[in-house]
Design a protein around this ligand. Sequence first.
Ligand SMILES: [Zn+2]
Length: 463
Amino acid sequence: MKILIGLYRSQPGWQIVLQQEGLQYEIIKLEKPISIESYSVLIINDVLDNEQYSRVKEFAQNGGAVLFSSSAYAETTNNKFRSKNIKYLVMPSDSIFAELGLIDFHTKFIQLRDKSFEIIDRTLNVQSQKVGKGHILFIPFDVNAVILDTNSIRKKIWVERKELPSEIVAKVSKGKIRKILSKILEFLYLQRDLPFVQLWQFPKTWKNLFMFRVDTDHCSTRQALEFHKICKKNNICGTWFVDTVSKETLKNAYKKMDDQEIALHCRRHLVFHDYKTNLENIKNGLEDLKEVGIEVTGFAAPFGDWNENLAKVLEKFDFDYSSEFTLDYDDLPFYPYIQGKKSSVLQIPIHPVSTGRLRRSHFTDEEKWQYFKKFIDRQIALNDPIFIYHHPSHDQLNLFNKIFEYINSKNINKMNYKEFSVWWKKRLSFQYELNFANDEINCNFENETSEFSFKISYNNKSV
Ligand SMILES: [Zn+2]
């Protein structure tokens, strides 16, 4: 029995989620009958013809599990449905998605009007249907559309406090939507009594990962060097996205930071709408760095701003990765799509709230510390990445000394952006095959390596 997902339509949004979640899949054509031994779950993300639909139904009847897009199902079967625009939903505490809290969707939800369907989550309206020995679950929104959405909006970040910090970030909560899909797929695996096996999201068997980013705009040589001391003292090898305006700071600070990764932020602290001005700005920045002998492979845009013309320029200069929270935040890495084409520059999302945003909302130093401590505790509890950033121009040496000490006291594994992007790309190309028989999981892979591990959820246990 194969542990493998069959994805009907090759849609980038779905592929991004499956790759982030470390779930193996292949594209299926539905040209002939499908045995339940060959796929753990089928994802039907587009309209089917009658023959294809009867093969999918037969797969479910024989004991298979199917995740069907509600709108594709309605069109395939001429079923009646209701549609509703959903801006956001708040998951109640008794939901299986409770930990996700508020989720921004900004999309249309489709509810099938068939009273025989059960509902497995009332807030999200995930409907399910028992078919013979198997199950079909219906996903009420267009996964491809929400994951590929590139709109941004100013959001208030919720904390237990009256005045809330805000930042311009990706409009859709892509990281949370990925978790919804993963939970639904896990639910289907467990319905079939199959182990839910995921290629783990961090190197080796690490439970967590801390990455620290520095944006150097408006920071003096003195501020850079003082902040570097705090990093060094706490054994933090961060990634410094530098502005290249001051040759003096490039030479006397960044060039000398042997234990830190240096990457590019900008020459002018702006992102432009057009290709040409972005090209000039980045070219100038790279030339400034070259002059002082600094080589870089990474980029983070001013204001976390991302657009397709910027992305094309990053491709032209062969950057390995970039990080922009108006495209995505609090999520795992992925390759964005530019006009339907996969970019060659890996996107590494970050937590978008910096001390500058907290200061604007009048947080005291103690409140700032509590904000980051709570964030770190939550990420540890959920095995989510702890990727935060700071501007040394805002000083806050004591606060970051405390944050770094806290990270070290929790024995969190650390990497810089370059190392993680290299590892993530290896993870994406790691070849393996999973089989399940007689209560045993068999994994075949070409090269034995300790760089990767699997997370297995089975019978309500996770290992
Ligand atoms: Zn900046």
